[in-house]
Design a protein. Structure first.
Length: 62
């Protein structure tokens, strides 16, 4: 068996994979900031809106 046939035919350049990793990290950071910003919001409006969405989608929150 030829080991070269096991390798993918399309390889991303190193700069492209770093860009994808940066985008994923930025998206994850934004998600965490939004989650904590809403969860610990002083405004009951923001907290209750997120709370109601969790109930509307059938996800438990308590």
């Amino acid at each position: 068996m030829n080991p070269q046939t096991l390798q993918p035919s399309i390889a991303l350049p190193a700069t492209a994979s770093r860009g994808v990793l940066r985008q994923l990290a930025a998206g994850a950071l934004l998600g965490v900031v939004m989650l904590y910003g809403v969860a610990f919001a002083e405004s009951p409006l923001a907290h209750n809106a997120a709370h109601d969405v969790r109930h509307a989608t059938g996800r438990p929150c308590h």
